[in-house]
Design a protein around this ligand. Structure first.
Ligand code: PHE
Length: 331
C-alpha cells in the first residue's frame, strides 16, 4: 500500500485529486483503514508489531500528502506572480495629516474642556438681533454696515462673529452656571489679501454664574495661552472697547516662534459681559435666570486662523483654504 501510494502521489497534479487520494487511502472506508480493521484477527503476540507498521504507513502517507499539497500551492503562487518582478522596491503609501487649523482648534477645545467648558454651537445664518441688538450693538454701529456684513435678502445675515452663540446659549440654558466654548466660522466683507478672507474661524467662550470676576477671566485666559503656546508665553490685557463687554480688553501674547524675534501679537478680545446683554437675554427668555442684578460673566473670542498662522509662521492666510498638497504635507 505504501509503495503504491507514494508512487500515485507523484502523479497527482491538482488539489481535488489529492483530496480523493486522501479519502481512498486514509478515509473511513479507505484502504489503510480497511487493513487496520483486520487487526482483530492478528494473533496477540504480533499485534504490537503489526500496529506499529500500520502507523508507520499512515504517517508516511500523511506526510506525502502534505508535501504534495505544499508543492502544488507553491506552483500556484509562482503562476500568479508570473510577469511581475517581485524584487522591485514597493511604492510608498503617502499618509494624510490633520490640517493645521484642525489641529489648533482641537487642541484649544481640549484645554478648555479640561477647564470645565462645554462645547456649544449655533447657526452661521443669523438674525440681526442675535448678531448685534442682543449684543448691545446700536443700529448705527459701523459693523452693521452693508459694506462690512453679508446680508441676505430676507434681512438675516452671515454672522460676523461667534458671539451670537453666547446669546443662543443663554436663551436656552436651563440653569447656572453657563460655561461654554463655541468654535466656528464667521463672515466679514473684507477685501481678500494675505491676512483677510471673507470667512474666518473664531473660538468664543462664555462663563456666567453668580460670582464670576475679572480675576477669573485673567486666570483662565493666562492659563489657556500658556498651555497652548508654552509656559514662557507672556500674556497682556490691554483696555479696549466692545459693545457687549464692560470692561473690555484685547489680549496680546509675546512668544518665541522659530526664526522670528519675540514680539507682542494681538490674539483675542475679551471682557466682562455687559449687563445690557443679560437684559436682552431676560427679555427674550421671559424670566430672570440671567438677572443683571444677580449674575456676572466673562466672554472671550479669538481667531483660530491667526493662531495657526502664528504658530507655524504662515504668512498668507489663503494657504489655509487652498488645499495645496505642497503646503499641507508640511504639517
Ligand atoms: N466678538 C469679538 C470680535 O469678533 C471678540 C470678543 C468676544 C470680544 C467676546 C469680547 C468678548 O472681535
Amino acid at each position: 500500500i505504501r509503495t503504491e501510494g507514494i508512487a500515485t502521489l507523484e502523479g497527482i497534479s491538482d488539489e481535488t485529486s489529492l483530496e480523493n487520494f486522501r479519502v481512498n487511502y486514509l478515509g473511513k472506508k479507505g484502504r489503510l483503514t480497511t487493513v487496520s480493521a483486520g487487526m482483530r484477527d492478528v494473533p496477540p503476540d504480533q499485534k504490537a508489531a503489526v500496529g506499529a507498521k500500520l502507523n508507520e504507513v499512515r504517517t508516511a502517507l500523511t506526510a506525502g500528502i502534505e508535501q504534495r499539497l505544499s508543492s502544488l500551492q507553491a506552483a500556484k503562487d509562482a503562476e500568479s506572480v508570473k510577469g511581475i518582478d517581485v524584487t522591485l522596491p514597493g511604492r510608498p503609501a503617502r499618509s494624510g495629516a490633520l490640517h493645521p487649523l484642525t489641529r489648533i482648534r482641537d487642541r484649544a477645545i481640549q484645554t478648555l474642556r479640561r477647564m470645565g467648558f462645554a462645547l456649544a454651537d449655533g447657526p452661521e445664518i443669523e438674525t440681526e438681533w442675535h448678531c448685534f441688538d442682543a449684543l448691545n450693538t446700536p443700529a448705527d454701529h459701523p459693523a452693521r454696515n452693508e459694506k462690512d456684513t453679508f446680508y441676505l435678502p430676507d434681512g438675516r445675515l452671515l454672522r460676523t462673529h461667534t458671539s451670537t452663540v453666547q446669546i443662543r446659549t443663554m436663551e436656552s440654558a436651563k440653569a447656572l452656571p453657563v460655561r461654554i466654548i463655541a468654535p466656528g466660522a464667521a463672515y466679514r466683507r473684507d477685501e481678500i489679501d494675505a491676512t483677510h478672507l471673507s470667512v474666518f474661524n473664531q473660538l468664543e467662550g462664555l462663563y456666567v454664574a453668580t460670582d464670576v470676576s475679572l480675576a477669573d477671566l485673567k486666570g483662565t485666559l493666562e492659563y489657556f495661552f500658556q498651555d497652548t503656546f508654552g509656559p514662557q508665553t507672556q500674556v497682556r490685557f490691554r483696555p479696549h472697547f466692545f459693545p457687549f463687554t464692560e470692561p473690555s480688553f484685547e489680549i496680546d501674547i509675546k512668544l518665541e516662534v522659530k526664526g522670528q524675534e519675540a514680539r507682542w501679537i494681538e490674539i483675542a478680545g475679551c471682557g466682562m459681559v455687559d449687563p445690557a446683554v443679560f437684559e436682552a437675554v431676560c427679555k427674550s427668555r421671559g424670566d430672570k435666570l440671567f438677572d443683571p442684578e444677580k449674575v456676572t460673566g466673562f466672554a472671550f473670542g479669538m481667531g483660530l486662523d491667526r493662531l495657526a498662522m502664528i504658530l507655524h509662521g504662515i504668512t498668507d492666510i489663503r494657504h489655509l483654504i487652498e488645499n495645496d498638497a505642497r503646503f499641507l504635507s508640511q504639517f
